[in-house]
Write a protein that binds this ligand. Structure first.
Ligand SMILES: Nc1ncnc2c1ncn2[C@@H]1O[C@H](COP(=O)(O)OP(=O)(O)OP(=O)(O)O)[C@@H](O)[C@H]1O
Length: 349
């Protein structure tokens, strides 16, 4: 993997999980940004606590590193409930899920990350569990097989997905509350950075925090990671103080550009502009041209490029905007898509 890919990839790298655990906000009041989600969730949790009943099941959708796992942990903490964590790919058979469901304590929070990747039989078992707190255990095979109903303790399911569109409707409909996590504003990421700098004892003046925040792709995981790299640079070259200049020099060195674009982002734009004249071009063609899986291009690179107004997903394929040409230092052709033209083609559902 490329150095810069590791640095701005929204997925956790190496032993990052342990570092992340230390930087995680533990309560809703400490959770920065996502104001609407925070407020809605606090109402759901408060009313459940007042009624002394588990809250509705919660679905969180949004890109990697935006705080879904953190929120799941906060939900359990706010409810004073134990938390069980698993993920869709670990639930290959219905039995895997039954083993978890049948041992849940009353009121426990069950977090299923990447819930869209759960196998079909497990998914079907989950429907009944979510609705009636019951599972049907199939005993035996073929015509002699019987199903034994088993009551399970009332629990709260918290599902997280980067691909809400891939969830089958019957599963989506069983969540009482859906929280959509969006990219963070740079001002919010600044607050994330101040908090992390305090916990890591890093000297971070305001101009340095701003420089890192605006290059963090709207993602707290990346903000924290860039802070660690800039801290390393500052310790070796600048007596530990993360000024704007220090941050900018360090991030240039790591090839994170002024808008936070990394090598994959620039490769996607570069191919789109230089090889396909700005598009439209299909996702799979684009992915082959940059040597990545279509899902990586779609989930990791594109949402940020769309948000920055550099790329549009249209019914005819991916299109670069005039701003994309300028960003790569190229002259936009006269027919390049401006914001207004893109809006007429826009289909980002
Ligand atoms: N709102 C926030 N305030 C402060 N820190 C945050 C916030 N959201 C996320 N973080 C930090 O970002 C890191 C990544 O968050 P988290 O693991 O919750 O993301 P995620 O959406 O679950 O990602 P993935 O789906 O890849 O697991 C954590 O270390 C956490 O400290």
């Amino acid at each position: 993997m490329n150095l810069d890919r590791d640095l701005v990839s929204p997925e956790p790298e190496g032993d990052e999980r342990a570092i992340e655990a230390a930087l995680r906000p533990k309560r809703l009041a400490e959770f920065i940004g996502q104001a609407r989600v925070r407020e809605q969730l606090s109402l759901v949790l408060e009313s459940a606590l007042r009624r002394n009943r588990p809250p509705d099941h919660v679905l969180m959708s949004g890109g990697p590193g935006l705080g879904k796992t953190t929120l799941a942990m906060i939900i359990a903490a706010e409810l004073g409930a134990p938390l069980r964590m698993t993920s869709g790919p670990a639930l290959e058979r219905a039995g895997d899920l039954a083993a978890i469901l049948s041992t849940l304590a009353e009121g426990e929070v069950l977090f299923i990350d990447e819930i869209h990747r759960m196998a079909r039989p497990a998914e079907e078992m989950l429907y009944l569990a979510m609705e009636d707190f019951r599972v049907d255990i199939i005993v035996g095979k073929g015509p002699g097989a019987t199903s034994i109903p088993l009551d399970i303790a009332p629990f709260t399911l918290v599902g997280a997905t980067t691909r809400a569109g891939l969830l089958p409707a019957p599963l989506r409909d069983r969540f009482g509350f859906t929280a959509h996590m969006d990219f963070y504003e740079a001002a919010e990421l600044e607050q994330v950075l101040y908090r992390s700098a305090r916990l890591m004892s890093v000297d971070l003046p305001a101009d340095g925090a701003w420089e890192i925040a605006r290059r963090s792709r709207g993602t707290p995981r990346i903000a924290n990671r860039l802070l660690r790299r800039v801290r390393d640079f500052a310790e070796v070259r600048a007596e530990g103080v993360v000024t704007r200049e220090v941050a900018a020099t360090a991030l240039d060195l790591y090839e994170v550009d002024a808008e936070g674009l990394d090598r994959l982002d620039r490769a996607v734009l570069g191919v789109l502009l230089r090889r396909f004249g700005g598009g439209p071009v299909g996702l799979s063609t684009l992915a082959v041209a940059v040597g990545e899986e279509p899902e990586t291009v779609e989930v990791v690179a594109e949402p940020f490029l769309v948000r920055q107004g550099l790329l549009a997903r249209t019914p005819r394929g991916r299109v670069a905007t005039a701003a994309a040409w300028t960003h790569l230092g190229l002259t936009p052709p006269p027919d390049a898509f401006g914001a207004a033209a893109v809006a007429t083609l826009f289909d980002d559902t």
